[in-house]
Design a protein around this ligand. Structure first.
Ligand SMILES: [Zn+2]
Length: 490
């Protein structure tokens, strides 16, 4: 008995030693503070007005491109030319599919691979019936109480105009980059990006034939969240290193049809409903290795010691981390390939058995899960040979996970620290879709999704929503960030 107590005690001590050892030797991934980035000599009233002008042009894209009014897109091209004359005088500009833009700013050293900045010119529509909820009209570009209001203020015209503003400024100071800088602005990001991003990426792939073709790609995606990341009081610059994949499956069951007075034991509607219920009851396993683990490793040095022990010993406390994360939809989405039944169809009359019924289920794939593996798991779970499983549209797995220990990420990290010294930097996996996925093959190790904007959750909620707005002071840092990113050498 004493022996047992002794060995249990010894094991416990050993465990504590291991936990503390792991915690104390945890590497600090945060780079030291940088010298503050210079503030470009720009009038904030003028730069905000430049962005406001773009917000007044309603470049709304519709899923059915035939419904898209293309006139505003033409107006935007003219607007850029008028607002940023030096950019249009000194950079080479190409147009794809009428409105997709590629600007090339040749570097002094042609042996270096280009740096590519992305942004998109289109915006989502204002939901019908919500117009009256906007305190400032969505396409008026009005400033009130330190905010510029308008559809596209956050997604994504701040990046289009912010990048052009930074390049115009640098041209005015006669700066020439060492590395070629490319800007690519698609015009249908909100509707899958086939005409814009895909065509622009294609053009770049043909022009730059080396692989990888580009040194670094930077698109929208993450941002600097000022509240609520891992309970930290400090803002966290979330840099997307990958984005989740996308797959929609249709589950179809055929029935005999006929009158509902003599139904079979299992109808096509019943079969499909049972299949959907099985999928929802059996979510994909929650995993830390799909991005969460890396995020926590970057944040660990900043959290209180107790939590640091947990972050540093995910082998033991992983279950605790998962348990707390799955409690929210966003945490859950970060942990697993998600399953979302979105459409269910079958039958038209209350007393007629439908000949067929179907359901559509949308999956967002975490890095590490392939389209084939998802389909195989779905079929196995449903376990009903009478249900046909087919892919709708193009399925894709997550985009390649970019590195955090290369020169490109370090450059980004340092630039963030020089403009936002108070922020922690952390890699994460973007849950939604961005144009960057079309370009990822041109720089699979160095495609990042991040916009240099400080935002609280209440403002993040306005993305694609009502009263989208950007802080006029925060916007100055967007420009400052792009100036610093281009002015310092990568
Ligand atoms: Zn966007």
């Amino acid at each position: 008995m004493r022996m047992l107590l002794f060995s249990t005690g010894l094991l416990l001590v050993l465990l504590i030693v291991v936990l503390l050892f792991n915690t104390l030797r945890l590497p600090n991934h945060q780079l030291a503070p940088e010298a503050a980035a210079q503030k470009p000599d720009l009038d904030p009233v003028v730069t905000v007005e430049h962005l406001a002008g773009a917000l007044r042009i309603p470049s709304v894209s519709h899923t059915d491109y035939a419904q898209t009014d293309t006139v505003p897109f033409g107006q935007l091209l003219t607007y850029y030319r008028q607002t940023f004359p030096l950019v249009h005088e000194r950079l080479r500009r190409e147009v794809v599919n009428d409105f997709g833009l590629l600007y090339e700013w040749p570097g002094s050293d042609p042996s270096l691979k280009p740096l590519l900045l992305l942004a998109h010119q289109d915006v989502v529509p204002v939901l019908e019936g919500t117009e009256k909820n906007w305190t400032r009209p969505p396409f008026a570009g009005l400033v009130a109480d330190g905010f510029l209001y308008g559809r596209g203020a956050l997604d994504d015209k701040l990046n289009v105009i912010g990048q052009l503003e930074a390049v115009e400024y640098l041209l005015r100071t006669n700066y020439q980059p060492r590395r070629t800088v490319l800007l690519a602005f698609g015009h249908d990001e909100e509707t899958h990006g086939k005409l814009g991003a895909a065509a622009l990426a294609d053009l770049l792939g043909r022009r730059y034939q080396q692989r990888p073709a580009l040194e670094m790609v930077l698109d929208e995606g993450g941002l600097i969240k000022t509240d609520g990341v891992a309970g930290l009081a400090q803002p966290v610059a979330l840099v997307g290193v990958s984005e989740k994949g996308y797959l929609s499956l249709e589950l179809t069951a055929q029935g005999a049809g006929g009158h509902s007075s003599m139904p079979p034991a299992l109808t096509s509607v019943g079969r499909v409903a049972a299949a959907v219920a099985k999928l929802e009851a059996n979510p994909f396993p929650a995993r830390l290795d799909g991005g969460v683990s890396a995020l926590l490793a970057y944040l660990a040095p900043a959290v209180p010691f107790g939590r640091r022990i947990i972050f540093a010993n995910q082998w033991l406390f992983g279950f605790l981390i998962k348990k707390s994360l799955v409690a929210t939809p966003s945490g859950n989405a970060a942990l697993r390939t998600t399953t979302a039944p979105t459409i269910i169809r079958g039958g038209e009359k209350d007393n007629v058995l439908p000949a067929s019924a179907s359901a559509t289920v949308n999956f967002r794939l975490l890095p590490g899960d392939s389209v084939e593996a998802v389909i195989a798991r779905v079929k196995k779970l449903i376990d009903d040979p009478e249900i046909k499983v087919s892919i709708l549209g193009d399925g894709r797995s997550a985009s390649p996970v970019s590195q955090t220990d290369n020169a490109a990420f370090t450059h980004l990290h340092k630039t963030i620290k020089s403009v936002f010294p108070q922020a922690l930097v952390a890699p994460y996996v973007v849950v939604g879709a961005t144009d960057a996925r079309s370009y990822a093959h041109l720089a699979p190790q160095a495609t990042y999704r991040f916009m240099p904007l400080l935002m609280a959750q209440t403002d993040i909620d306005r993305l694609h929503g009502t009263n989208e707005r950007i802080g006029t002071v925060a916007y100055q840092d967007v420009i400052r960030f792009y100036v610093q990113l281009l002015r310092t050498d990568l």
